[in-house]
Structures are given as C-alpha cells and as structure tokens.
Design a protein around this ligand. Sequence first.
Ligand SMILES: Nc1ncnc2c1ncn2[C@@H]1O[C@H](COP(=O)(O)OP(=O)(O)O)[C@@H](O)[C@H]1O
Ligand SMILES: [Mg+2]
Length: 220
Amino acid sequence: MIDAKGVCRVFDDGERGRLTVLDGATLQVADGEFVAVVGRSGSGKSTLLHVLGGLDTGYRGEVTVAGVRLDGLSDAALSRFRNETVGFVFQSFHLVSGVSALENVMLPARFAASPPADLEARARAALERVGLPSHAARSPGQLSGGERQRVAIARALFASPRLLLCDEPTGNLDAATADDIVALFKQLNASGLTIVAVTHEDRLRAAASRVLTLSGGRLS
Ligand SMILES: Nc1ncnc2c1ncn2[C@@H]1O[C@H](COP(=O)(O)OP(=O)(O)O)[C@@H](O)[C@H]1O
Ligand SMILES: [Mg+2]
C-alpha cells in the first residue's frame, strides 16, 4: 500500500534557518496493515502524514501509495488521488458546525467532479458503519467529542478509500471515548481498511499490528 523511500522535508524556518524535519525517512506498509507511528511532539508526524496523503509537494524522496507515484505528480492528479484513495482523520475533527452530521459526511463529495446519485444513502451507510445511524440530523454542537470524531471518520470513509491516515485521532478525547474510537479503527481494519495513525499517545500502540517510531527524521 505504501512504499516511501528516503523522504526528506526541510522547512525554511525564518530566523532559525533551515529545519530538517524528515531526513531520509523510509516506510513500507502492506495492504491491510494497521500501523501506528509514534514520536514526540514536533518529531514530524504530521509532516509525514501530509507527504503520504498527497497534501505536500515540497519534499524529496520516492513515495508510492496504492500504486500511485506521488512525488512529481501534478496538483490535479494529487487532488484526485486524495479524493479517491485516502481518507483523513484529524485530532480536531474539522466538522462544519452549522450543518447536520449527514451533511458533514456528504460535503467533500458535493465538491467532486461528478457527485454520486446516491449521495445521501451512501452517507447514511457511512454513519451506520461508525455506529451513529440515529444521529444523522444532529449538528456537531449536539454531539459529544467521540460522536464528532465518528462523524469525521464516516466522512473519511465516504468515498471508500483504501487507506485511512489519522493524525492524533484520539488526542482530543477522554480516555474511555478514545478507547471506543481505537476499537472502531480495529474493526475497520479487520474489514480490510489499511490504517496509518500517527500519535504521541500510547493508546494506539496496542491496537496496531505494527508500531514505528519517528525520531531524528527517520522511522525505525
Ligand atoms: N509549514 C511549516 N513551516 C515551517 N515549519 C514547519 C512547518 N510545518 C511543520 N513545521 C515544523 O516541523 C516540525 C515538525 O512538525 P510536525 O510534523 O507538525 O510535528 P508533530 O506532528 O510530530 O508534532 C516542527 O518543528 C514544526 O514547527
Ligand atoms: Mg502533529
């Protein structure tokens, strides 16, 4: 699913000069794996996910995800890759506050070149998959933190991605709720979804099939 070799990412950090965040990071992930990448805050976990998800183009190295060679790809092709192949889950949910859970799940697809005709049925199915079938009409303000993250996961699953990329997905949740979300990831992984989750928490370690550590810009 993922073959990333020698990924280097250097930021121009103003007065502090050049900041090397990824320094030859190499990562292989097989189809169906659930990989946790741990590392302290600032070690480059989000930067790595942005590279793998086709959200960043300013790196060096060879990155192939789901058979698509990402380095050197045009913006249009990267955008298509993101829409069709990966789902993103973030720490802070990134839901739109004024609209329903159902509408949040459908939103990305509404902006697609050709939205599917069965948009709503598919969004309802996605909410069912994350265990929230009866919450479709509620707005994010009427949902708990864990429920909000479930809606965000349903949105990420909407286009049937092959890969789920999660950035500190339990970072904003209390311990019991975080355990529920981790259990959901395990369930999704068991149904065939490949998952890469970056975290500085220990919680995801136990659930993952493999744990890698990001340190000094490299994975080990
Ligand atoms: N766009 C950027 N410009 C400059 N520095 C950045 C940028 N993005 C991240 N960084 C820096 O790179 C380092 C790693 O960031 P990040 O990948 O967000 O770490 P983590 O997710 O592990 O906490 C940090 O020092 C951060 O300040
Ligand atoms: Mg981060």
